[in-house]
Design a protein around this ligand. Sequence first.
Ligand code: AMP
Length: 195
Amino acid sequence: MTSQKLAGQQSSLTLPLSAEQSDWLKGTIRDVPDFPKKGIVFKDLTTMMKDPRAFSFVLNVLSEKCRSLKPTVIVGIEARGFILAPAIAHQLDVGFVPVRKPGKLPWHTEKVSYDLEYGQDTIEVHKDAVNKTDRVIIIDDLLATGGTALAAKQLMEKLEAQVIACGFLVELDFLAGRARVEGSDKTEVFSVVHF
Ligand code: AMP
């Protein structure tokens, strides 16, 4: 089936995708071995995003899934979460909140440090970005070990917001990040494609 037909199927906007749709999207992602460190196979999503049908399709799938959960805010994690989250927030007509690397946000911040698949990092959010009335969906490009998304979830919880789900374009199932992000409160985790 052509990519046009796959992208155009009505059923295509719901998760999980059909095997054909998943294979089509996976074919638009480039594997880059040994980046940024030896032993890591980096999932380069720029090739998917440059394909207008694939990019529009994944944004529509993520947006429809988010819409069904009725969030008040879409949170994006720097850097590649910033490509997806604002587009989803725009489609749902809700606000976008950036979670950033240290030292980038100008106002008072809350922070959480965490371990990555390759290294260590800290993320920050403005203290007044969300509050206990918010139903938050956290969006990032890829779920690997789950450290980043879990830290973002903890950041939201520090501000007393309710994290209703975490969504990803790609999930690396073999790293089992899903269980970490779900946690004991069984937060919903969804991903468009799985490796
Ligand atoms: P983790 O905290 O281990 O779940 O890692 C997720 C974050 O690291 C995401 O923001 C990804 O952009 C990035 N990341 C981790 N592993 C990869 C990979 N193999 N390919 C592309 N990005 C990755």
